[in-house]
Design a protein around this ligand. Structure first.
Ligand code: SF4
Ligand code: MG
Length: 313
């Protein structure tokens, strides 16, 4: 069933719950082995919460998470730890996510020794091989994170995420802090690793160009809801949801000669603690009708592989 992740809002001395932030509200999708699903949306739309909930770092408020035909939503303790090896995360800021007092060889080897999967020596050997695999040198194992550039640190973060041979990597704004030329290198590295290891990526970003580059399918989120989900080519050539159209129209176009009418969204992004009734986008939608203010549109497949949540269709 569809995923929900609500955070309670508390107030007063006794931290009474006065409402909920609906960070993820009724979202459903699947990711195939070796596939990249991009999730795009403005900051605060719930995409990071979605990634963490899928990995079972956060417990969903409602809904089911399936992995290899196995429902893992209720897993706890050692069962949860063993299934979680299949999921790794690559973060926006590798500097904040790497232990700066450790040598990178130890940083990469740590997941292997913590789980007592191999000896310290074997783990170190593997760390050196992983460093080479992500485009660094084996000798770099002896260096510390501050001795690397941002792009190199992201390579270290990727090497660490690969140590436990995951099946799914959740990349949350993984290249957003990097220069554009470095972004392309890291995206290419991720692509190569996907080909080699059959990895699936849930690639989360506010950056449409980056999502377009790496994804096979793309989901668009707005206020905790998935408003459109389609193959990349469909989504970019034939966007259906008024929010997707607005997003695409405001992104710099890299195709020569493509002239898109820029759609300016009226109004502020509403707070996820007080989302509008009906369609979450109605307060800013140029096509809003009466029905949109009271009735929430469900995500429905309009063409094969192209779903949209909008009363226009
Ligand atoms: Fe706009 Fe209505 Fe469609 Fe929502 S359901 S996107 S308000 S037209
Ligand atoms: Mg985020």
């Amino acid at each position: 069933s569809r995923l929900k992740k609500y955070y309670p809002i508390t107030a007063g001395l006794f931290r009474k719950t006065v409402g909920h932030v609906k960070a993820v509200d009724d979202v459903s999708f699947d990711i195939m082995k070796g596939e990249t699903l991009g999730i795009v949306g403005e900051s605060g739309c719930g995409k990071s919460t979605l990634g963490r909930t899928v990995m079972r770092v956060l417990d969903p408020t409602e809904g089911k998470i399936m992995f290899d035909n196995e429902e893992i939503t209720q897993y706890e303790g050692s069962r949860l730890r063993s299934i979680r090896k299949n999921f790794q995360m690559v973060f926006q800021d590798p500097y904040a996510s790497l232990n700066t007092k450790m040598r990178v060889g130890d940083i990469i080897a740590e997941p292997l020794t913590v789980n007592k999967m191999m000896s310290r020596q074997a783990a170190q050997d593997m760390a050196r091989q992983l460093l080479e695999r992500v485009g660094l040198r084996m000798e770099d194992a002896a260096r510390y994170p501050h001795e690397f550039s941002g792009g190199q640190r992201q390579r270290v973060g990727i090497a660490r995420s690969l140590a436990l041979s995951p099946k799914l990597i959740v990349a949350d704004e993984a290249v957003s802090a990097l220069d554009v030329s470095i972004q392309a290198q890291i995206l290419n590295l991720l692509w190569e690793l996907q080909q080699e290891f059959g990895l699936a990526y849930l690639f989360i970003s506010h950056n449409l160009a980056v999502v377009r580059h790496i994804s096979k399918r793309v989901g668009v989120m707005y206020l905790g809801q998935m408003v459109e989900l389609a193959d990349k080519s469909q989504l970019f050539s034939n966007p259906l949801h008024p929010y997707t159209k607005a997003l695409l129209s405001s992104a710099p176009s890299i195709e020569r000669g493509a002239v898109r009418e820029k759609i300016i969204l009226q109004g502020e992004l509403p707070s996820p603690s007080n989302p509008p009734l009906g369609c979450p986008f109605h307060s800013r939608c140029p096509k809003a009708m009466d029905r949109c203010r009271s009735e929430r549109p469900a995500l429905a497949e309009l063409y094969e592989g192209h779903s949209v949540a909008c009363h226009l269709y």
